[in-house]
Design a protein around this ligand. Sequence first.
Ligand code: NDP
Length: 494
Amino acid sequence: MTTHTQQETTTDWEYNPAPETTKVFIESKNKLFIGGKFLSPKSRSWFASLNPATEEKLADIACAGKADVNFAVLAAKKALPKWSKLDGSVRAKYLYRIARRIQERSRELAILETMDGGKPIKESRDVDLPLVAQHFFYYAGWADKLAYAFPGRAVSPVGVCAQIIPWNFPLLMAAWKLAPALACGNTCILKPAETTSLTALRLAEIIQEVGLPEGVVNIVTGAGDTGRFLAEHNSVNKVAFTGSTEVGKLLMRSTAGTGKKLTLELGGKSANIIFADAAIDQAVEGIISGIYFNQGHVCCAGSRLFVEESILDEVVQKLTHRLRSLRVGDPLDKNTDLGAINSHSQLETIQQYVRAGVDEGAQLHEVHQERLPPKGYWCNPCFFTDVQPSHTIAREEIFGPVLSVMTFRTPQEAITRANNSPYGLAAGIWTDKGSKIFEIAKELDAGIIWCNTYNKFDAASPFGGFKESGFGREGGMQGLRPYVRLQHPQGRAS
Ligand code: NDP
């Protein structure tokens, strides 16, 4: 493994440990949340949730079987008529209460998110939790204004929604799914990912605390099969999924011809394009946040970096320098930049991709040589140069802190290479020319395009992809559309 360094620097800055000291209580057995109550699973099956930073067991989680899923769907179906007929302003009050209670319990939720998922506490605390609360506040604001979102149409809810979420932003994905669905008068069954169920169940406690009517939100924990049972249930009217393209395709097949509405937010291999006229230091910060934020477990990660050829050496040198200063380790330490990889299997996946990169001839830069903790799932952040478009690491989603650096000579080449992917989720453009930003942005096949920044999120801004990155939008006014049926003046429904 070769290390390319043009600028030798010492970055052995010592930081005193700054661990989060608040202790969060975790039940040893965590039950399903159905019909407003915490219930033991009819399946009698439980699985362990581990702390990926220590490999210690945090708790047992109920594994919902078919009968449990059935029970949850029936609870949601029973709750639907009353909830959907409530005045929007009343639904808004519940959402506001949830948002405020999330703010009040945000420290506890952030710590739990970090313990269960491995992400650094400064990200859970400063990114995930504020956005979670913001989503509930934002959609509370829409609940009594749906007529203005869809003027001239009669608006009604879709019905019972099955919402299946991944492990990279557990509570945030729950908020992205639940808040718009509830605002529009739907009832929900949420299925969190197997490795990160704890914060969703804490959200269930909040839902109880604010007195949300029983059955409006149900949470079924479990494995992939639990998600499958849920999506295939006859009484489900809509499936909303965030996760891998592979499972997204399965869901497309299983919902085809059933009349169920479907939205898919899938993987990505997003292009971050740096032009020679960009503010390079800022762009390097954008590269870092684009790929190393949340250990690279980000569907819109800027995992393909396209650098204008004339500035490649400068960018690689600055990236190397900046990478050295990142701190990898205890996710509960407030100074940590990269925490633990979410699971052993995801770590293996990432390691396989790194090996494929080396085997296929790309140049690995493992400049970050910090000693990793002896236990837990850890991956040093790294990047590759000499990457060809045909290389596996240039084509497939790695979902880890691994960046592929490539070059271009002309704006047209940047566009062609960026679009040369089955995915179309996000992109970044770095240049000091406003006109160039507009010219490039309109040619890119990407649902979200950041200009001179990266990985910025807001509840008011729609998020979603093209091509194999899925369809449908979450966030913003557009995020309401998948959760309503509209009646045209002529009586046509859509
Ligand atoms: P999955 O797509 O398998 O998981 C996402 C969610 O779907 C989880 O809740 C999972 O449950 C559930 N699920 C799994 N199988 C089914 C099924 N047949 N029907 C319905 N629901 C199902 O992602 P993985 O966790 O396996 O990650 C694999 C890869 O997917 C990653 O390496 C990454 O590349 C990509 N990914 C992309 C994400 C994104 O945001 N776009 C998020 C997560 C992963 P359970 O966890 O219990 O298996």
